[in-house]
Design a protein around this ligand. Sequence first.
Ligand code: BES
Ligand code: MN
Length: 456
Amino acid sequence: METVETYLRKHESRFIDELCEYVRFPSVSAQPKHRQDLANCADWLVKHCQQIGLDTERVPTDGNPVILARTPRRRHKNRPHFLIYGHYDVQPPEPFELWTYSPFEPTRDGNVIYGRGISDNKGQHFAHLKAVEAYLKTDTELPCDLTFLIEGEEEVGSRHLTQFLKTHRSRLKGDALIISDNAIPGLKHPALTYGLRGVAALNVQLNGPARDLHSGIYGGSVDNPAMVLCQMLGQLRSKNGRINIPNFYREVAPLTRYEREQLSNVPFDERHYKKFLGVPELFGEKGYSPVEQRSVRPTLEINGLTSGYQGEGSKTIIPSSASAKLTFRLVPNQKPKAIMDLVKNHLKHLCPPTVRLSVEYGHGGEPYIVSPQKPLAKAALSALKQAYGYDPILMREGGSIPIVNEFKKVLNVDTFLLGLALPDDNPHSPNERFHLDAFKKGMRLSAGLWPELASV
Ligand code: BES
Ligand code: MN
Protein backbone atom coordinates (compact mmCIF):
# COMPACT_ATOMS: atom_id res chain seq x y z
CA MET A 1 0.00 0.00 0.00
CA GLU A 2 1.13 3.52 -0.73
CA THR A 3 2.50 5.46 2.25
CA VAL A 4 2.03 9.12 3.07
CA GLU A 5 5.66 9.76 2.21
CA THR A 6 5.54 8.07 -1.20
CA TYR A 7 2.32 9.90 -2.00
CA LEU A 8 3.91 13.24 -1.12
CA ARG A 9 6.88 12.49 -3.31
CA LYS A 10 4.87 11.18 -6.23
CA HIS A 11 2.50 14.14 -6.43
CA GLU A 12 4.93 16.91 -5.68
CA SER A 13 4.80 18.63 -9.04
CA ARG A 14 0.99 18.64 -9.06
CA PHE A 15 1.05 20.23 -5.58
CA ILE A 16 3.23 23.01 -6.90
CA ASP A 17 0.91 23.62 -9.84
CA GLU A 18 -2.08 23.73 -7.51
CA LEU A 19 -0.37 26.16 -5.20
CA CYS A 20 0.27 28.43 -8.17
CA GLU A 21 -3.41 28.23 -9.11
CA TYR A 22 -4.28 29.29 -5.57
CA VAL A 23 -1.86 32.23 -5.65
CA ARG A 24 -3.31 33.45 -8.94
CA PHE A 25 -6.38 34.84 -7.12
CA PRO A 26 -5.72 38.50 -6.18
CA SER A 27 -7.36 38.05 -2.79
CA VAL A 28 -6.37 41.45 -1.40
CA SER A 29 -8.57 42.03 1.64
CA ALA A 30 -7.60 45.67 2.14
CA GLN A 31 -8.97 46.75 -1.24
CA PRO A 32 -12.76 46.74 -1.78
CA LYS A 33 -12.32 46.24 -5.53
CA HIS A 34 -11.06 42.71 -4.81
CA ARG A 35 -14.12 41.57 -2.88
CA GLN A 36 -15.20 39.24 -5.72
CA ASP A 37 -11.69 37.85 -6.05
CA LEU A 38 -11.82 36.90 -2.38
CA ALA A 39 -15.14 35.14 -2.94
CA ASN A 40 -13.73 33.32 -5.99
CA CYS A 41 -10.64 32.34 -4.06
CA ALA A 42 -12.82 30.98 -1.25
CA ASP A 43 -14.86 28.97 -3.80
CA TRP A 44 -11.70 27.50 -5.27
CA LEU A 45 -10.50 26.55 -1.81
CA VAL A 46 -13.81 24.90 -0.93
CA LYS A 47 -13.65 22.77 -4.07
CA HIS A 48 -10.05 21.92 -3.37
CA CYS A 49 -10.73 20.83 0.20
CA GLN A 50 -13.63 18.70 -1.02
CA GLN A 51 -11.42 17.00 -3.61
CA ILE A 52 -8.93 16.19 -0.88
CA GLY A 53 -11.72 14.40 0.95
CA LEU A 54 -12.45 16.95 3.68
CA ASP A 55 -15.97 17.76 4.85
CA THR A 56 -15.96 21.36 3.80
CA GLU A 57 -18.16 24.29 4.49
CA ARG A 58 -18.03 27.84 3.19
CA VAL A 59 -19.40 29.93 6.03
CA PRO A 60 -20.51 33.45 5.20
CA THR A 61 -19.67 36.23 7.66
CA ASP A 62 -20.32 39.96 7.58
CA GLY A 63 -16.98 40.13 5.81
CA ASN A 64 -15.24 37.51 3.67
CA PRO A 65 -16.27 33.86 3.96
CA VAL A 66 -14.54 31.48 6.34
CA ILE A 67 -13.73 27.97 5.19
CA LEU A 68 -14.13 25.10 7.65
CA ALA A 69 -12.78 21.79 6.43
CA ARG A 70 -12.59 18.76 8.63
CA THR A 71 -11.36 15.23 8.28
CA PRO A 72 -14.16 12.70 8.11
CA ARG A 73 -15.01 11.65 11.66
CA ARG A 74 -13.99 8.15 12.71
CA ARG A 75 -16.01 6.04 15.06
CA HIS A 76 -13.96 6.28 18.25
CA LYS A 77 -15.08 9.39 19.98
CA ASN A 78 -12.26 10.26 22.28
CA ARG A 79 -9.41 10.86 19.99
CA PRO A 80 -7.84 14.31 20.01
CA HIS A 81 -8.97 17.12 17.78
CA PHE A 82 -6.51 19.66 16.45
CA LEU A 83 -7.26 22.84 14.59
CA ILE A 84 -5.20 24.36 11.81
CA TYR A 85 -5.58 28.03 11.02
CA GLY A 86 -4.63 29.86 7.85
CA HIS A 87 -5.71 32.85 5.79
CA TYR A 88 -6.39 33.09 2.06
CA ASP A 89 -6.35 36.89 1.97
CA VAL A 90 -3.13 38.65 1.05
CA GLN A 91 -1.50 42.05 1.43
CA PRO A 92 -1.79 44.65 -1.34
CA PRO A 93 0.89 44.06 -3.99
CA GLU A 94 1.76 47.73 -4.53
CA PRO A 95 4.15 49.13 -5.65
CA PHE A 96 3.83 47.02 -8.80
CA GLU A 97 6.91 48.41 -10.49
CA LEU A 98 9.19 46.82 -7.91
CA TRP A 99 8.08 43.27 -8.75
CA THR A 100 10.32 41.26 -11.04
CA TYR A 101 7.34 39.08 -12.02
CA SER A 102 3.71 40.05 -11.88
CA PRO A 103 2.44 39.44 -8.29
CA PHE A 104 -0.56 37.34 -9.31
CA GLU A 105 1.18 35.35 -12.01
CA PRO A 106 3.17 33.02 -9.79
CA THR A 107 6.52 32.38 -11.43
CA ARG A 108 9.14 29.81 -10.61
CA ASP A 109 12.73 30.99 -10.66
CA GLY A 110 15.16 28.29 -9.63
CA ASN A 111 14.04 26.88 -6.33
CA VAL A 112 11.61 29.62 -5.36
CA ILE A 113 8.21 30.74 -6.57
CA TYR A 114 7.30 34.40 -6.57
CA GLY A 115 3.80 35.69 -5.93
CA ARG A 116 1.84 37.85 -3.50
CA GLY A 117 0.60 35.72 -0.64
CA ILE A 118 2.57 32.61 -1.54
CA SER A 119 4.35 32.46 1.79
CA ASP A 120 1.97 34.74 3.75
CA ASN A 121 -0.04 32.60 3.94
CA LYS A 122 -1.27 30.45 1.06
CA GLY A 123 1.79 28.22 0.69
CA GLN A 124 2.04 27.52 4.41
CA HIS A 125 -1.46 26.23 5.09
CA PHE A 126 -1.43 24.55 1.69
CA ALA A 127 1.48 22.39 2.90
CA HIS A 128 -0.76 21.17 5.74
CA LEU A 129 -3.61 20.53 3.33
CA LYS A 130 -1.36 18.43 1.14
CA ALA A 131 -0.09 16.39 4.08
CA VAL A 132 -3.65 15.67 5.12
CA GLU A 133 -4.52 14.83 1.50
CA ALA A 134 -1.72 12.25 1.58
CA TYR A 135 -3.27 10.63 4.67
CA LEU A 136 -6.75 10.56 3.19
CA LYS A 137 -5.81 9.42 -0.31
CA THR A 138 -3.57 6.60 0.91
CA ASP A 139 -6.17 5.58 3.47
CA THR A 140 -3.64 5.98 6.25
CA GLU A 141 -5.46 6.43 9.51
CA LEU A 142 -4.90 9.81 11.13
CA PRO A 143 -4.42 9.53 14.88
CA CYS A 144 -6.65 12.55 15.48
CA ASP A 145 -9.44 14.63 14.00
CA LEU A 146 -8.41 17.80 12.21
CA THR A 147 -10.30 20.96 11.35
CA PHE A 148 -8.92 23.59 9.03
CA LEU A 149 -10.17 27.12 9.59
CA ILE A 150 -9.07 29.35 6.74
CA GLU A 151 -10.23 32.93 6.83
CA GLY A 152 -10.12 35.90 4.46
CA GLU A 153 -9.57 38.91 6.70
CA GLU A 154 -6.34 38.30 8.59
CA GLU A 155 -4.44 41.08 6.87
CA VAL A 156 -7.09 43.60 7.90
CA GLY A 157 -7.37 42.58 11.54
CA SER A 158 -9.75 39.55 11.47
CA ARG A 159 -12.69 41.76 12.36
CA HIS A 160 -15.40 39.11 12.08
CA LEU A 161 -13.60 36.10 13.43
CA THR A 162 -14.29 36.56 17.14
CA GLN A 163 -18.00 36.43 16.46
CA PHE A 164 -17.41 33.44 14.22
CA LEU A 165 -15.62 31.58 17.02
CA LYS A 166 -18.50 32.30 19.37
CA THR A 167 -21.13 31.17 16.88
CA HIS A 168 -19.29 27.96 15.98
CA ARG A 169 -17.90 27.31 19.43
CA SER A 170 -19.02 23.70 19.68
CA ARG A 171 -17.38 22.67 16.40
CA LEU A 172 -14.13 24.41 17.21
CA LYS A 173 -13.44 22.80 20.57
CA GLY A 174 -10.01 21.33 20.15
CA ASP A 175 -6.86 20.26 21.95
CA ALA A 176 -4.63 22.83 20.26
CA LEU A 177 -4.45 25.23 17.38
CA ILE A 178 -1.55 24.88 14.97
CA ILE A 179 -0.58 27.87 12.86
CA SER A 180 2.06 28.10 10.16
CA ASP A 181 2.02 31.78 9.31
CA ASN A 182 5.54 32.84 10.19
CA ALA A 183 9.16 32.11 9.39
CA ILE A 184 11.96 30.04 10.87
CA PRO A 185 15.57 31.24 10.81
CA GLY A 186 16.50 28.59 8.23
CA LEU A 187 15.92 24.99 7.19
CA LYS A 188 18.76 24.05 9.56
CA HIS A 189 17.15 26.07 12.33
CA PRO A 190 13.57 24.94 12.67
CA ALA A 191 11.69 26.61 15.49
CA LEU A 192 8.69 26.50 17.70
CA THR A 193 7.31 30.01 18.06
CA TYR A 194 5.55 30.43 21.38
CA GLY A 195 4.72 34.13 21.32
CA LEU A 196 3.54 36.92 19.03
CA ARG A 197 3.35 40.64 19.46
CA GLY A 198 0.02 42.38 19.54
CA VAL A 199 -0.90 45.43 17.55
CA ALA A 200 -2.75 48.71 17.95
CA ALA A 201 -3.46 50.84 14.87
CA LEU A 202 -4.41 54.54 14.82
CA ASN A 203 -4.94 57.23 12.24
CA VAL A 204 -3.95 60.73 13.22
CA GLN A 205 -5.14 63.76 11.31
CA LEU A 206 -4.33 67.43 11.73
CA ASN A 207 -6.50 70.05 10.06
CA GLY A 208 -5.22 73.57 9.58
CA PRO A 209 -6.41 76.16 7.06
CA ALA A 210 -9.70 75.52 5.25
CA ARG A 211 -7.81 74.98 1.95
CA ASP A 212 -4.23 74.76 0.72
CA LEU A 213 -2.77 78.27 0.93
CA HIS A 214 -0.12 80.23 -0.96
CA SER A 215 2.93 79.73 1.24
CA GLY A 216 4.39 83.11 0.26
CA ILE A 217 1.33 85.16 0.99
CA TYR A 218 0.30 83.42 4.21
CA GLY A 219 3.43 81.56 5.34
CA GLY A 220 4.68 82.90 8.65
CA SER A 221 1.25 83.84 9.91
CA VAL A 222 -0.46 80.44 10.09
CA ASP A 223 0.85 77.11 11.25
CA ASN A 224 1.70 74.29 8.86
CA PRO A 225 -0.11 71.00 9.67
CA ALA A 226 2.64 68.91 8.04
CA MET A 227 5.25 70.58 10.22
CA VAL A 228 3.16 70.23 13.36
CA LEU A 229 2.53 66.56 12.65
CA CYS A 230 6.25 65.92 12.19
CA GLN A 231 7.01 67.72 15.43
CA MET A 232 4.38 65.80 17.34
CA LEU A 233 5.34 62.41 15.96
CA GLY A 234 9.00 63.20 16.46
CA GLN A 235 8.42 63.42 20.17
CA LEU A 236 6.84 59.98 20.45
CA ARG A 237 10.13 58.11 20.33
CA SER A 238 13.44 59.07 21.88
CA LYS A 239 16.91 58.61 20.43
CA ASN A 240 17.52 55.45 22.42
CA GLY A 241 14.46 53.80 20.91
CA ARG A 242 12.19 54.19 23.94
CA ILE A 243 8.62 55.24 23.37
CA ASN A 244 7.91 58.56 25.02
CA ILE A 245 4.30 58.18 26.01
CA PRO A 246 3.46 58.28 29.71
CA ASN A 247 2.67 54.82 31.12
CA PHE A 248 3.35 53.11 27.80
CA TYR A 249 5.57 50.49 29.46
CA ARG A 250 3.46 50.13 32.59
CA GLU A 251 2.00 46.71 31.76
CA VAL A 252 5.03 45.24 30.02
CA ALA A 253 5.95 41.89 31.60
CA PRO A 254 9.68 41.65 32.24
CA LEU A 255 11.75 39.22 30.16
CA THR A 256 12.97 36.24 32.12
CA ARG A 257 16.60 35.13 32.10
CA TYR A 258 15.50 31.86 30.54
CA GLU A 259 13.82 33.65 27.64
CA ARG A 260 16.77 35.90 26.95
CA GLU A 261 18.94 32.82 26.92
CA GLN A 262 16.65 31.08 24.43
CA LEU A 263 16.52 34.16 22.23
CA SER A 264 20.30 34.37 22.21
CA ASN A 265 20.26 31.00 20.40
CA VAL A 266 18.34 32.45 17.48
CA PRO A 267 20.93 32.75 14.73
CA PHE A 268 21.49 36.36 13.74
CA ASP A 269 24.06 37.77 11.35
CA GLU A 270 24.03 41.54 11.60
CA ARG A 271 25.98 42.16 8.41
CA HIS A 272 23.72 39.94 6.34
CA TYR A 273 20.59 41.40 7.98
CA LYS A 274 21.63 44.98 7.17
CA LYS A 275 22.50 44.07 3.63
CA PHE A 276 19.28 42.16 3.02
CA LEU A 277 17.19 45.05 4.34
CA GLY A 278 19.27 47.71 2.62
CA VAL A 279 19.84 49.85 5.69
CA PRO A 280 23.13 51.61 6.49
CA GLU A 281 22.81 50.90 10.23
CA LEU A 282 20.37 49.14 12.50
CA PHE A 283 18.23 51.02 15.00
CA GLY A 284 16.56 49.70 18.11
CA GLU A 285 15.87 50.13 21.76
CA LYS A 286 19.04 50.38 23.76
CA GLY A 287 19.85 47.49 26.05
CA TYR A 288 18.29 44.82 23.82
CA SER A 289 19.66 42.68 21.00
CA PRO A 290 18.16 43.03 17.53
CA VAL A 291 16.42 39.67 17.95
CA GLU A 292 14.84 40.94 21.19
CA GLN A 293 14.02 44.33 19.68
CA ARG A 294 12.09 42.77 16.83
CA SER A 295 10.17 40.16 18.78
CA VAL A 296 9.72 40.85 22.47
CA ARG A 297 9.86 44.63 22.83
CA PRO A 298 7.03 47.03 22.01
CA THR A 299 7.50 49.47 19.16
CA LEU A 300 5.92 52.35 17.31
CA GLU A 301 5.98 52.61 13.52
CA ILE A 302 4.69 55.26 11.17
CA ASN A 303 3.17 53.19 8.37
CA GLY A 304 2.13 56.08 6.18
CA LEU A 305 2.48 59.82 6.18
CA THR A 306 0.49 62.09 3.91
CA SER A 307 0.28 65.81 3.38
CA GLY A 308 0.48 68.47 0.73
CA TYR A 309 1.62 68.25 -2.83
CA GLN A 310 3.05 64.88 -3.92
CA GLY A 311 3.25 65.42 -7.68
CA GLU A 312 6.12 66.39 -9.94
CA GLY A 313 8.06 69.58 -9.45
CA SER A 314 7.26 71.94 -6.63
CA LYS A 315 4.17 73.69 -5.41
CA THR A 316 4.44 76.48 -2.88
CA ILE A 317 1.62 75.80 -0.47
CA ILE A 318 0.75 75.39 3.16
CA PRO A 319 -1.21 72.13 3.11
CA SER A 320 -4.60 72.28 4.74
CA SER A 321 -4.13 68.94 6.49
CA ALA A 322 -1.66 66.23 7.34
CA SER A 323 -2.21 62.68 8.44
CA ALA A 324 -0.34 59.64 9.60
CA LYS A 325 -1.10 55.96 10.00
CA LEU A 326 0.52 54.56 13.11
CA THR A 327 0.85 51.08 14.53
CA PHE A 328 2.24 49.99 17.84
CA ARG A 329 3.44 46.42 18.34
CA LEU A 330 2.59 45.25 21.80
CA VAL A 331 4.00 42.65 24.16
CA PRO A 332 2.45 40.87 27.13
CA ASN A 333 0.53 42.32 29.02
CA GLN A 334 -0.21 45.46 27.03
CA LYS A 335 -3.82 45.89 25.87
CA PRO A 336 -4.57 47.50 22.50
CA LYS A 337 -7.48 49.65 23.67
CA ALA A 338 -5.60 50.95 26.71
CA ILE A 339 -2.59 51.78 24.53
CA MET A 340 -4.79 53.62 22.02
CA ASP A 341 -6.20 55.71 24.87
CA LEU A 342 -2.73 56.56 26.15
CA VAL A 343 -1.60 57.56 22.67
CA LYS A 344 -4.65 59.68 22.00
CA ASN A 345 -4.34 61.52 25.29
CA HIS A 346 -0.68 62.18 24.75
CA LEU A 347 -1.25 63.46 21.21
CA LYS A 348 -3.91 65.81 22.57
CA HIS A 349 -1.38 67.02 25.10
CA LEU A 350 1.25 67.60 22.38
CA CYS A 351 -1.07 69.29 19.91
CA PRO A 352 -0.79 73.09 19.70
CA PRO A 353 -3.94 75.23 19.42
CA THR A 354 -3.02 76.20 15.83
CA VAL A 355 -4.43 72.99 14.32
CA ARG A 356 -7.35 70.63 15.02
CA LEU A 357 -6.49 67.06 15.97
CA SER A 358 -8.53 63.98 15.28
CA VAL A 359 -7.50 60.48 16.22
CA GLU A 360 -9.28 57.46 14.83
CA TYR A 361 -8.83 54.00 16.33
CA GLY A 362 -8.02 51.20 13.90
CA HIS A 363 -7.73 47.47 14.47
CA GLY A 364 -6.15 45.96 17.53
CA GLY A 365 -4.89 42.59 18.62
CA GLU A 366 -3.49 41.40 21.91
CA PRO A 367 -0.02 39.94 22.27
CA TYR A 368 0.24 36.21 22.83
CA ILE A 369 2.42 33.87 24.78
CA VAL A 370 2.13 30.18 25.63
CA SER A 371 4.46 28.07 27.73
CA PRO A 372 6.92 26.11 25.58
CA GLN A 373 7.09 23.61 28.46
CA LYS A 374 3.64 22.23 27.74
CA PRO A 375 3.55 18.59 26.65
CA LEU A 376 2.09 19.52 23.25
CA ALA A 377 4.95 21.99 22.72
CA LYS A 378 7.43 19.20 23.45
CA ALA A 379 5.62 16.98 20.96
CA ALA A 380 5.80 19.70 18.33
CA LEU A 381 9.53 20.09 18.98
CA SER A 382 10.08 16.42 18.38
CA ALA A 383 8.12 16.57 15.10
CA LEU A 384 10.32 19.51 14.07
CA LYS A 385 13.46 17.57 14.83
CA GLN A 386 12.29 14.61 12.76
CA ALA A 387 11.16 16.64 9.76
CA TYR A 388 14.11 19.02 9.51
CA GLY A 389 16.83 16.79 10.95
CA TYR A 390 18.13 19.57 13.21
CA ASP A 391 17.47 20.56 16.80
CA PRO A 392 14.70 23.13 16.91
CA ILE A 393 14.97 26.41 18.79
CA LEU A 394 12.39 28.33 20.77
CA MET A 395 11.48 31.82 19.72
CA ARG A 396 8.90 34.56 19.85
CA GLU A 397 7.88 36.54 16.80
CA GLY A 398 7.30 40.20 16.15
CA GLY A 399 4.31 39.89 13.84
CA SER A 400 0.71 39.61 14.98
CA ILE A 401 -2.13 37.16 14.44
CA PRO A 402 -4.91 38.71 16.50
CA ILE A 403 -7.15 35.67 16.39
CA VAL A 404 -4.74 33.59 18.45
CA ASN A 405 -5.87 35.33 21.63
CA GLU A 406 -9.50 35.00 20.74
CA PHE A 407 -9.05 31.25 20.45
CA LYS A 408 -7.64 31.23 23.94
CA LYS A 409 -10.37 33.45 25.37
CA VAL A 410 -13.38 32.04 23.57
CA LEU A 411 -12.39 28.38 23.31
CA ASN A 412 -9.56 28.04 25.83
CA VAL A 413 -7.33 26.57 23.13
CA ASP A 414 -3.54 27.04 23.10
CA THR A 415 -1.78 27.96 19.88
CA PHE A 416 1.58 26.64 18.75
CA LEU A 417 3.21 28.35 15.81
CA LEU A 418 5.18 26.22 13.42
CA GLY A 419 6.42 28.60 10.76
CA LEU A 420 7.37 27.15 7.40
CA ALA A 421 8.52 30.33 5.66
CA LEU A 422 12.12 31.56 5.51
CA PRO A 423 13.57 34.96 6.46
CA ASP A 424 14.06 36.09 2.85
CA ASP A 425 10.49 35.40 1.71
CA ASN A 426 9.60 39.12 1.57
CA PRO A 427 6.14 38.99 3.15
CA HIS A 428 4.25 42.30 2.68
CA SER A 429 7.08 43.46 0.38
CA PRO A 430 7.54 43.35 -3.38
CA ASN A 431 8.81 40.00 -4.70
CA GLU A 432 7.21 37.88 -2.03
CA ARG A 433 8.27 34.30 -2.53
CA PHE A 434 8.28 30.81 -1.12
CA HIS A 435 11.10 28.29 -1.27
CA LEU A 436 10.11 24.93 -2.69
CA ASP A 437 12.35 23.22 -0.15
CA ALA A 438 10.45 24.98 2.62
CA PHE A 439 7.17 23.84 1.07
CA LYS A 440 8.40 20.24 0.91
CA LYS A 441 9.71 20.30 4.47
CA GLY A 442 6.43 21.79 5.58
CA MET A 443 4.45 18.90 4.13
CA ARG A 444 6.76 16.44 5.93
CA LEU A 445 6.46 18.36 9.16
CA SER A 446 2.69 18.28 8.96
CA ALA A 447 2.66 14.58 8.11
CA GLY A 448 4.79 13.77 11.16
CA LEU A 449 3.16 16.26 13.50
CA TRP A 450 -0.23 14.62 14.04
CA PRO A 451 1.08 11.33 15.42
CA GLU A 452 3.37 13.27 17.78
CA LEU A 453 0.64 15.57 19.04
CA ALA A 454 -1.91 12.77 19.31
CA SER A 455 0.43 10.69 21.46
CA VAL A 456 0.47 13.30 24.24
N1 BES B 1 1.91 36.09 9.00
C1 BES B 1 1.72 37.38 9.53
C2 BES B 1 2.04 37.50 10.99
C3 BES B 1 3.43 37.12 11.39
C4 BES B 1 4.51 37.54 10.65
C5 BES B 1 3.61 36.40 12.52
C6 BES B 1 5.77 37.20 11.06
C7 BES B 1 4.86 36.07 12.93
C8 BES B 1 5.95 36.46 12.17
C9 BES B 1 0.31 37.85 9.32
O1 BES B 1 -0.21 37.50 8.07
C10 BES B 1 0.29 39.34 9.38
O2 BES B 1 0.96 39.97 8.61
N2 BES B 1 -0.45 39.89 10.31
C11 BES B 1 -0.64 41.29 10.42
C12 BES B 1 -1.78 41.47 11.38
C13 BES B 1 -2.33 42.86 11.46
C14 BES B 1 -2.92 43.32 10.17
C15 BES B 1 -3.37 42.90 12.55
C16 BES B 1 0.61 41.96 10.96
O3 BES B 1 1.34 41.38 11.79
O4 BES B 1 0.89 43.06 10.52
MN1 MN C 1 0.68 39.03 6.68
